[in-house]
Design a protein around this ligand. Structure first.
Ligand SMILES: C[C@@H](N)C(=O)N[C@H](C)C(=O)O
Length: 203
């Protein structure tokens, strides 16, 4: 069963922030992540097959950025589910965007990424990055029934990233994290090592 980021079990995980700084990701201009995640992504990249690389499209996100995505997606969900109460809306939006308090991107602990070939062309993974459950008919879920090419590429992506210690958010094949509360819950770590952090680099 998929554990959503809105699940109380995620919020219950303690955070002992180890103070790793936000650093620029060497192979992704403009992307900041915690240094411990950056090192793991370098390892994951080295584990990929020849002529395949990672394309990281987002790392650290501000609280304001997280709130903006929640507001925009919640507005769309309210139209689709006019009878949903706030708890149900939070459950629904957390299939696509994390509640601020537990948001892995706000902790600098998550990346949204895909695979590219040696020319930099994106490989097919079944949906565009950031396709919502509604837009993709559920194909955004990592375990969705996608075509063989997308399945093969998802398997390649997962092997490299899990091998480097990251965990996937099962509703989004492109979202991977290390050190945040969701990572701690799935990996069995005693606590998260990354909590919310503000970037000192101007946006
Ligand atoms: C909005 C999407 N790109 C995303 O980042 N989702 C995850 C679950 C998040 O908000 O942490």
């Amino acid at each position: 069963m998929t554990i959503l980021l809105s699940d109380p079990a995620v919020h219950a995980i303690r955070v002992h922030d180890n103070g790793d700084p936000l650093v620029p990701l060497s192979f992704a201009p403009g992307v900041l992540v915690r240094s411990g995640l950056a090192g793991r992504l370098v390892r994951a990249r080295a584990a990929l097959p020849d002529a395949v690389d990672l394309l990281v499209v987002e790392g650290h996100r501000s609280v304001a950025g997280q709130r903006a995505i929640i507001a925009e997606y919640s507005a769309r969900l309210r139209v689709l589910h006019p009878d949903a109460d706030e708890a149900e809306l939070t459950r629904l939006y957390s299939r696509f965007v994390a509640p601020v308090a537990v948001a892995p991107h706000v902790a600098g602990a998550a990346v949204d990424l895909t695979l590219v070939d040696s020319d930099g062309a994106e490989l097919w993974l079944g949906t565009p990055i950031d396709a919502t459950p509604e837009q993709s008919g559920g194909a955004c879920f990592f375990d969705a029934d996608v075509d063989p090419t997308a399945r093969r590429n998802r398997t390649v992506l997962a092997a490299a990233l899990t091998g480097a210690g990251l965990v996937n958010y099962p509703t989004e094949w492109w979202h991977w994290s290390y050190g945040d509360r969701y990572w701690a819950l799935l990996s069995g770590a005693d606590h998260a090592v990354y909590g919310p952090v503000e970037s000192t680099v101007p946006a």
